[in-house]
Design a protein around this ligand. Structure first.
Ligand code: C5P
Length: 290
């Protein structure tokens, strides 16, 4: 019997805070971001094959191209090239479980997971740091998605510092069904040199309440611009903020996905039910993120 393909979770990323600190000569922006990962995401499976193929399925299959257009395909080629141009093959299957283009990682998480999965399938023995270096030129968020645990990101998002010991956060993810273009959001920024993230104190992250306390002194600098480009973001943030127990409501990445933080999973799940009933067209999930 043929072996079942190995299956990997491409965890959704959540920018708890995102400060844009400078614009670079190449147009990209320096940023500082505190990032965690959901316990849900797309599913990537890989199996042995003579040539490369990539198929997309799942509820949000329409959000991502199959074949060579997919960022995961480009990640596979970059990995093969970095490991000595072997012309290696693999059958990659991507199940799009979370909406793409929403600030929750999407294509970057998929590409990062393809790198991790093929590193195993092809028995390359590369470290996560090496995989992140291979992925970073393809997309600013790929390096953080290779890490896939609580982290501080600097540079254009590709300089990763682990944040060990961060407590899991009970969260609600909401996508109000509308998309904003990441380049358009960055282009529309009027203030590109904002203060950096406050320094992390020695014991700020012991409890979820302490994380929320820290976050109250932070922002997502892309949020005001994204809200003006897509008013549905404000609707989502207002709906999240109005749910019982919500300690913080904010946008992730360049939007239009938003999140809420709750004292426990019961309240996060109750908020998911409440918003899901009030806005049946929105994508709403409770998740434990870390
Ligand atoms: O690298 P990625 O494809 O994720 O970025 C999409 C676009 O977002 C870039 O082309 C750029 O316009 C903008 N961007 C930026 N600064 C960053 C990340 C992205 O200006 N740090």
């Amino acid at each position: 019997m043929p072996a079942l393909p190995a299956r990997w979770l491409a965890a959704a990323k959540i920018n708890l805070a995102l400060h844009v600190t400078a614009q670079r000569p190449d147009g990209y922006h320096d940023l500082e971001s505190l990032v965690v990962f959901a316990d849900l995401g797309d599913a990537v499976s890989v199996s042995r094959a003579d040539t490369l193929s990539l198929e997309v399925s799942g509820p949000f299959a329409a959000h991502a191209p199959g074949g060579p257009e997919n960022l995961g395909w480009r990640a596979a080629l970059a990995l093969d090239r970095a490991a000595g141009n072997g012309g290696r093959g693999a059958a990659i299957a991507l199940s799009k479980e979370i909406p793409a283009g929403t600030g929750f990682g999407g294509g970057s998480a998929d590409a990062a997971t393809v790198l991790i999965a093929l590193n195993t399938l092809w028995d390359l023995g590369l470290s996560n740091r090496e995989l992140a270096g291979i992925g970073a030129p393809l997309g600013a968020d790929i390096a953080m998605c290779v890490h896939s645990r609580a982290l501080l990101a600097g540079g254009v998002g590709d300089a990763i510092e682990a944040v060990p010991g961060m407590p899991p956060l009970s969260m609600l993810l909401v996508w109000p069904g509308r998309s904003v273009s990441t380049p358009a959001v960055f282009r529309a920024l009027t203030e590109r040199s904002n203060p950096p993230l406050p320094k992390l104190g020695a014991d700020w992250l012991r409890t979820p309440a302490a994380v929320v306390d820290y976050l109250s002194g932070t922002r997502n600098d892309l949020e005001p611009v994204a809200r003006s480009l897509e008013p549905a973001i404000s609707d989502a943030l207002d709906a999240i903020a109005a749910t019982s127990g919500c300690a913080l409501a904010r946008m992730s990445g360049s939007g239009a996905g938003c999140f809420g933080i709750y004292p426990d999973m019961d309240q996060a799940r109750a908020a998911a039910v409440e918003i899901g009933c009030a806005y049946p067209d929105w994508w709403v999930r409770a998740t434990l993120a870390s």
